[in-house]
Design a protein around this ligand. Sequence first.
Ligand code: FAD
Length: 467
Amino acid sequence: AMAEYDYDVLVIGGGPGGYVAAIRAAQLGLKTACAEGRETLGGTCLNVGCIPSKALLHGSELFEEAAHGTLAKFGVKTTGVELDLSVLQNEKATAVKELTGGIEFLFKKNKVTWLKGYATFEDPHTVTVAGAKVSAKHIVIATGSSVTPLPGVPVDNDAGVIVDSTGALALDKVPGHLAVIGGGVIGLELGSVWRRLGAKVTVIEYLDQLFPGMDGEVRKEAAKIFKKQGFELKLGTKVTGAEVKDGKATLTLEPAAGGAAETLEADVVLVAIGRRPNIDGLGLDKIGLATNKRGQIETDHDFRTAVDGVWAIGDVIPGPMLAHKAEDEGIAVAENIAGLTGIVNHDVIPGVVYTQPEFAGVGLTEEAARERGEIKVGKFPMLANSRAKTNREPDGFVKVIADAKTDRVLGVWAIASVAGTMIAQAAQALEFGATSEDIAYTCHAHPTHSEAIKEAAMAVRGKPIHM
Ligand code: FAD
């Protein structure tokens, strides 16, 4: 008999949400295709997000260590340190190529068909891709997000004066002065790259602190640390316009609360005020699927949309716009389609800023935890952690927030050179419903940065040893 549909599952978008959903669906025995209009798979994350930014962060950190003394402090003498930006950019491109190629390999290995092109809905079970109609019993929308434009500050990555994150990853020259609009993760990561390579960097943020959404104390500490590194921070400031002349930009700034305007000149301006869901051209009207006020597609806990047979995951649905959140939703949606039980615990999604030091957190902020009920907080400074001290990494602390009655851990925040790696154990603790006592009585290897988590947990109900 003829199959009713071309595929069991068709995933729209080949980013961390979509490619993971497609691979998992195929692994579960479903006939699967993935539509992706980009030249390469991997979405924002692999092409113009997580991966290229981490390549530049790594390379620029090595340069700064060689050029500005961290190596010398340990007796590693370097002379005539120079930056060859084109080599660094090539190394980044190689990492991107290897990783995006890796997804293509995994598609072949798992027999996922890549439909090259952008998909538009015809009906809930049919899309058009590159002029051809393709049908599937289940369609997963994983179209991700793109840069939110800022009115009055038009991005032109080719001209290279006012750029978005994609342009800022591809600069072929270190700007003299880089102005970053937006004090979030992307702004500080890319700002760090160019500061380390020699740019003066000014960050302009509308709110009165960096890193909206993170723990208040962590945000305050972030401002201190970045200022110490030489960043100029203009907090509580809004950008009202931009003018480009002779390859330079002049921004008009105003206090967010209102007041006198000032101007700021920059060689390059990075617009990093956020990202918005990709829904244009998808033809959601053809299937009668509405988006919410923020342009996101709403789903239930199983990632079903309001339209039967249509599912959605990743940056295009509500929740933190993070690759690992999209990936976990990709696995869960495939399992739900296959009739299994796919669950994502949205209360336990770690967030990491990959600057130096790294900023990481999972669970509730202290402010949110306090609102929920009585809490106890334990803190431990990295200055008192033997490994951090040995490595000459004095900045940061770990903070463990626990329910005052049950001692259950509600949130963990860490600022440390390897906070992004350390936060995994905290996420596991939250997932397992651990108490601060559980963490305090878990043997941690010495000397490691992670011991700071144990000592912060000890500080919740008593005293740490090394403070
Ligand atoms: P995307 O990765 O955006 O993928 C969606 C894909 O769908 C795209 O490739 C797009 O071409 C395709 N598409 C869209 N519409 C259609 C259509 N109609 N038909 C076919 N294909 C379509 N997250 C982290 O967790 N860690 C980080 O370190 C990190 N760093 C980042 C750095 C930068 C500079 C940026 C911009 C983002 C970063 N992110 C990071 C965020 C992360 O990239 C996203 O959260 C993640 O990529 C979302 O995955 P997704 O699958 O939902 O969407």
